[in-house]
Design a protein around this ligand. Structure first.
Ligand code: OMP
Length: 279
């Protein structure tokens, strides 16, 4: 049976450090790299990031929208990016933020979490805001395939609070309810569950939330959105050892030079390690 995503991720975090670099080919970054805003530019950009980092960082997270923008040829580049990154040793989190009623969710799950799918990834970002239970087909298929999910719980953007901090009739916030579902999903899993939460590094003190879900916490917001590695212990408390900090533009802006990309990722990885060690 395939080893679980949680077990594979814990090992990768131990061996390579927990940093996740996003592959977000913004049109503005393509221009900064001297590339055309077309499929060839997209392919060159993605190949460069994979060549620079897939052998070094624990996780790469391609953002599907930037590939879908170019239609089927962009999606073909995404397929190759995922395959090459995984072949070079990185775990791939597909950032597609899918979420739908259960019957349709099953089809989204098959697109990314069925082992013989062209876009099969180690994990997928999903939205629970049609109700956590609507994600059940993705949870089931992830378990079968040894894949994982990252469920949007407390997102890094300032607008997220109106939904995620809303208080339910039972007095719990919506975000805390999502975290509670994930803790139940991961109960008893060792060394780490496969069902992670997305919790923004930008959110300040989260001591009101129980982040102890026995699963990974994907933490976007470092770099372009203003958070720094030094913020991680304050935001995540004791859960910081399960944090996978994501940086996209903060690393990518150093390209297209492969050495500069590697140096930027290494510097951030060192800052993250120092922050976690001091927590
Ligand atoms: O799920 C995500 O990855 C995500 C969730 C969230 O709450 N905030 C967030 O920024 N992200 C993603 O993380 C990446 C952040 O990119 P940078 O701001 O350039 O580092 C983007 O791909 C976002 O879509």
């Amino acid at each position: 049976m395939t080893e679980s995503f949680g077990a594979r991720l814990r090992r990768a975090m131990d061996e390579r450090g927990p940093l996740c670099v996003g592959i977000d080919p913004h049109a503005s970054l393509l221009a900064e790299w001297g590339l055309a805003d077309d499929v060839a530019g997209l392919e060159r950009f993605s190949r460069t990031v994979v060549a620079a980092l897939a052998g070094r960082v624990a996780v790469l997270k391609p953002q599907s929208a930037f590939f879908e923008r170019f239609g089927s040829r962009g999606v073909a580049v995404l397929e190759r990016t995922v395959a090459e990154a995984r072949a070079a040793g990185a775990l791939v989190v597909m950032d597609a933020k899918r979420g739908d009623i259960g019957s349709t969710m099953a089809a989204y799950a098959e697109s990314f979490l069925r082992e013989d799918s062209p876009l099969f990834s180690d994990a997928l970002t999903v939205s629970p805001y049609l109700g956590y239970g609507s994600l059940a087909p993705a949870v089931a298929l992830a378990r079968e395939s040894g894949a994982g999910l990252f469920v949007l719980a407390l997102t890094s953007n300032p607008e997220g609070g109106e939904v995620q901090h809303a208080v339910r009739a039972d007095g719990r916030t919506v975000g805390a309810t999502v975290l509670g579902h994930l803790a139940a999903e991961n109960a008893g899993e060792e060394p780490l569950g496969s069902f992670g939460a997305v919790v923004g590094a930008t959110l300040g003190d989260l001591s009101a939330y129980d982040l102890d879900i026995n699963g990974p916490l994907l933490a976007p917001g470092i770099g372009a959105q203003g958070a720094t590695p030094a913020d991680l212990p304050r935001v995540f408390g004791a859960a910081v050892r399960n944090v996978v900090p994501n940086v996209s533009r903060g690393v990518l802006r150093h390209g297209p030079d492969v050495v500069a990309l590697r140096d930027a990722a290494s510097r951030l990885a060192e800052e993250v390690a120092a922050a976690v060690a001091g927590a």
